[in-house]
Design a protein around this ligand. Sequence first.
Ligand SMILES: Nc1nc2c(ncn2[C@@H]2O[C@H](COP(=O)(O)OP(=O)(O)OP(=O)(O)O)[C@@H](O)[C@H]2O)c(=O)[nH]1
Ligand SMILES: [Mg+2]
Length: 373
Amino acid sequence: MKLAITGFSNSGKTTVFNALTGLELETTPYPVSASADVEPRTGVVKIPDPRVDRLSSIYLPKKTTYATVEYIDYVGITSAAAGGDVSQNTKVFNLLRDADAVVHVVRAFRDDSVMHPLGGTDPLRDIASFEDELILGDLELVEKRLQKIEEQEKKGRKQNPADRRLLLKCRNALEEETSLRDIEFNDEEKRLMLPYQFLTTIPEIIVLNIGEGDINSPEVKALLDKTEKYFRGKGRGAVPPVVPLCGKIEMEIAQLPPDEAGEFLDDLGIEESAMHRLCRVSYEALGLISFFTVGRDEVKAWTVKKGTSAHRAAGRIHSDIERGFIRAEVVSYDDLISSGGDMVRARERGLVRLEGKTYEVRDGDIINFKFNV
Ligand SMILES: Nc1nc2c(ncn2[C@@H]2O[C@H](COP(=O)(O)OP(=O)(O)OP(=O)(O)O)[C@@H](O)[C@H]2O)c(=O)[nH]1
Ligand SMILES: [Mg+2]
């Protein structure tokens, strides 16, 4: 799972990146520009999962592999409306198009020593302006594509009329300043849309980067309500996950040893660290689940989309297993644990099922694939 951290300059993207990865990239009170020689930075983080810990303590494998998430940090989006130089946005957009989801960091902290590219702290304005930039990005893509279709047709090369119809429908929406995620598309349209990787269709997670004094404050609660109300009031009323966190403090926490971090979180009244929360929220937002493979060699968590068949899940592990798939032996994590972590007992209790190719993998399944190549 690849999550691109984005937002306006100085919203705290790098700070949040550090909080989520435990890395220590430099953060600056002035905006970093894409024209400066900066490259996107990547951090890969293990997704904490107590089930993997438990399975590992049962099997004592040589290797324990957690599911991972890859975070990317880059320069900020520039607002055309605020008179910024938007030429660098293209670079950022290309990065976003390549991500499974976007983590949009919205500045909600107040600090006069940190310049705000749009004036002062105003989270809802920033959310709307950011959306506008993505809409412009999509519009540019649609225009280019329509132009290309026209050129090809002039040369006598027939183009798919459904594609053109779709692009026109998208253009209409975008010109009305509507995100494509707020528009209904039928299955065929959705299929045609996939290769375009429209920015306003990428799943979005909103991070409200709040000030140090605002953790659990009524103001933040009110801001959270206002933000959700804003999304509910537009388009199809879909509300993305909205996660308030204090980047600055979470970054310090991420750099502590785990036992000290726990204590620190308790003192601050933070139930779960940003690192853990964001993993959980993104799994939910993307409709992802985990299944496990276990053994003396390795206990491993695998990430798949909800609704994935056993056959496809096998392919995640190895194409040979998919090709030679015979059946899947499945026991749920809970059933294994209720059998004292003993697979033989789980089998005796009839809890180990034999499933075929079309079986829909469930979160927490422990699977042993039988295959023949
Ligand atoms: N007070 C306060 N300052 C913060 C917080 N988060 C970030 N900052 C400060 O805001 C400034 C910008 O933070 P960065 O993380 O560098 O922001 P960015 O979005 O990566 O900025 P660019 O990469 O330049 O676009 C730094 O001086 C941070 O210390 C916060 O929660 N509270
Ligand atoms: Mg940065």
